[in-house]
Design a protein around this ligand. Structure first.
Ligand SMILES: [Zn+2]
Length: 305
């Protein structure tokens, strides 16, 4: 799956909404304290689980947009949540974020920021729950979700703070790990933001172990996420997940964890010219995180005098 690059007007608006809400506590240092932010926005947080769905039943009771069908059959909302694989949801009227308690802590942090994102983006207000959701086209829904994820990234990585930190560090996995600790987010979201804020030719990949395929591995879509910087997406629009994965397999070793290796990977630009990228892969025992950045054209020679 590729990262969806958002319209620059939408991102400029979202940057402003996030900027305003971060300015209130005085542009805090990382890591962002979500509890403070919720207090500022007068949002509270509750949990639901597959065994205790009282929080969801309470929602159903109050869900006016969804109409009679849901009120008549309270299990429907639960089915919908399950089917969409929702890990969290926002109830704007009740000023409440509901989070699936089965989600691990660092991922809950992302879910919570994502829901705060929906709350901050005014045009999301009537696309949130119930009927409206089913009438959204899949691509529109994808757009809304991408916007909320963008807002979550802006919040959790404190906008320009993270951009400055990325600029001050050399491009490698070690820097991504340092930033993960500083901002207290998952390594996957840190890698994601790291690639997206980069102005250079940079790619990221999140996948399974390149030599230990899981049961759901698909050679057609070998990566869970294929993250491209804007520059990379425009100049290497034909580079595929399969190209990246084949490159990873060539330099990665079979270790069960830690750094799996680094190596040069050849990718082709829009004009069909080959270029070399420096790649590096780290395996945290759940997912393999790969970072690649531009090295040189293979034809450029270094003269030695
Ligand atoms: Zn959402």
């Amino acid at each position: 799956m590729r990262n969806l690059l958002l319209d620059q007007y939408a991102t400029a608006d979202i940057d402003q909404f996030v900027g305003r809400v971060l300015a209130d506590p005085g542009n805090p240092d990382p890591p962002l304290k979500l509890a403070d932010l919720r207090e500022l926005l007068r949002l509270d947080k509750a949990f639901y689980s597959s065994t205790d769905d009282s929080a969801i039943r309470e929602v159903v009771h109050n869900l006016r947009v969804a109409g009679q069908q849901v009120l008549a059959r309270p299990t429907i909302l639960k089915d919908v949540i399950g089917k969409l694989g929702l890990k969290a949801l926002l109830l704007p009227d009740r000023r409440r974020i509901l989070i699936d308690s089965a989600v691990p802590d660092l991922k809950q942090r992302w879910s919570e920021a994502h829901e705060i994102g929906h709350d901050l983006i005014p045009w999301h207000a009537d696309t949130m729950l119930g009927d409206n959701k089913s009438t959204l086209t899949p691509s529109c829904h994808e757009q809304i979700e991408a916007e909320a994820n963008y807002a979550a990234g802006q919040l959790l990585f404190l906008q320009h703070r993270f951009v400055e930190d990325v600029r001050s560090l050399s491009p490698n996995i070690e820097s991504v790990k340092q930033l993960k600790d500083r901002y207290q987010n998952t390594i996957a979201t840190t890698l994601w933001r790291y690639v997206e804020v980069n102005t250079g030719l940079v790619v990221g990949a999140i996948s399974g172990h390149p030599h230990r395929p899981s049961s759901d591995f698909s050679p057609r879509n070998p990566l869970r996420y294929f993250i491209r910087s804007r520059a990379f997406a425009s100049q290497f629009s034909g580079a595929t997940e399969a190209d990246v994965f084949a490159g990873m397999r060539a330099y990665c070793n079979d270790s069960a964890g830690g750094l799996l290796g680094h190596g040069e990977v050849r990718l082709f630009d829009n004009s069909g010219h080959a270029h070399l990228f420096q790649f590096e892969t780290f395996f945290n025992r759940y997912e393999a995180l790969t970072l690649g950045y531009y090295l040189r054209s293979p034809h450029s020679t270094v003269s030695v005098s």
